[in-house]
Design a protein around this ligand. Structure first.
Ligand code: ASP
Length: 161
């Protein structure tokens, strides 16, 4: 069984007409995965509904607790891209679990979105990589300890020290 935790971010954003604004809404992930006809069992649980720029250290500690308490060895976390690396670092050291963070630069509800591609990569990575924490974005697997989001280019890349 794969446990998928949602925490918010652009992947879950929705346009609120009355406010003329995109805000984090209900995660559309369950509908997406139903359409994808997965043959692995999965469970989706919401931990937070936040833009990751608003996440606090307490939020990250809470995510860590939920992941550590999961009965599954295979964990996917959907998360805003701006601070995904920070949360990845905060999850270091949880034993015997493959934890993969992913998100999207464009909301999953958009026709042109990277959401399904990224979530698919994360689900596959969570089942195949050795225990540890990873980021699945842009068709690559990254180590949160040595990765950054390149905001100008809107993509993740290895961090050169
Ligand atoms: N500001 C958003 C976030 O980090 C950006 C994104 O998800 O791509 O939640």
């Amino acid at each position: 069984m794969i446990e998928i935790f949602t925490t918010g971010g652009t992947i879950d954003k929705i346009y609120f007409d009355a406010k003329s604004d995109f805000q984090v809404g209900d995660s559309p992930l369950n509908d997406l995965l139903q359409e994808a006809n997965l043959t692995v069992t999965f469970k989706i649980s919401e931990i937070l509904r936040k833009d990751s720029l608003e996440m606090t250290n307490e939020d990250r500690a809470h995510i860590r607790e939920r992941v550590a308490a999961s009965a599954s060895q295979h964990i996917v976390i959907t998360h805003g891209t701006d601070t995904m690396v920070e949360t990845g670092k905060a999850l270091a050291g949880i034993p015997a679990k493959t934890i993969v963070l992913t998100g999207a630069m464009q909301p999953a509800r958009f026709r042109a979105t990277d959401a399904l591609f990224n979530v698919a990569a994360a689900i596959t990575a969570a089942q195949t990589l050795p225990p540890g924490v990873y980021i699945a974005m842009n068709g690559q697997i990254f180590d949160p300890q040595a990765t950054r989001k390149n905001v100008a280019k809107n993509r993740f890349e290895p961090e050169i020290f």
